[in-house]
Design a protein around this ligand. Sequence first.
Ligand code: OGA
Ligand code: NI
Length: 345
Amino acid sequence: MERLVSNWYNHRALPESYICPPETRPGKLSIPSGDTIPVVNLGEALINPSNTILNVLRASQEFGFFQVVNHGVSEKVLNDTMNVVEEFFKMPMEEKASLYSEDPNKVCRLYTSNINYGTEKYHFWRDILKHHCHPLDDCIKLWPQKPTRYRDVIRTFTVEGKKLGLTILELLTEGLGLESGYFKKDLSEAMLLVANHYPPCPDPSLTLGLPKHCDPNLITILLQGHTFGLQVFKDGQWIGVQPLPNALVVNIGHQLRIVSNNKLKSAEHRAVTNSKVARTTVGLFISSSEDSIIEPAKSLTNAAQPPLYRAFRYKEFLSYYFSMMGDTELALQPFKLPFNQSVIS
Ligand code: OGA
Ligand code: NI
């Protein structure tokens, strides 16, 4: 519990254990939070669906990242969600102590830094609340009881966020030429909520909130609020994801990269800190259940485009992914088919 950044950061210099090695430091150069990450107006899907499909597909192929506006999740739901999660992190430590755990298998937990505080070489400027969302009626009983409206507000956000995720997956299904409903059942059955809290940091140039990683799951929907901090690595450069009012950030995870046989990109991203204000983000990580078999969709492979990955259970991938601390290509290596390694690595 004492390890939570929000517990001790006030008025202290950056401890040495939070300083990243020089090659991963964000440095002092400000990254333009440019308009390069595509913004897709999902409201258009009703009028011109083929154009929306094309926009979502292109963004997923080229960037693995995009923002959506007019996405159907109301401004009230977004504001309530951000407010209740911010309130959670602002509560006194005693109120949150029972949720703190360093056991990664706990279904709902509050922890800090990254995958394993005890074994990592250096730490990250982040506290995390993480919980399962499926099956909802079982999980909700384990979610925080305070703030008192947490469960109600977050239930609505998870239900609406999941609906939006499935809508985007269906647009991708059409864009890729998969059979309708391809992602609807097993592949998108599970969901995790991860709320990230990055307190103001005494030296944002030397540390990271979250290291460079790709998400392991199918697709992620992130409410990033008003504060800049998310960056995407593309063509050897970091690009900032500009906070837009009422937008949600969407990114492709490794599961979807594999099922699409590399037609879609799982982009590397990280979070930087700032010295002025705390930044809070709320992510919904849609994935298959851990026992599901993941493999390239049969209809996307043929003699000319052989499968680039073998079939495996998602839980097998997850344990390897976490042992590699999220390193993108290393995490995928044992799942690639040997014949194709030279083509895709
Ligand atoms: C994540 C993530 C980005 C952010 O939680 O996987 O990439 O800006 N978060 O908090
Ligand atoms: Ni991520």
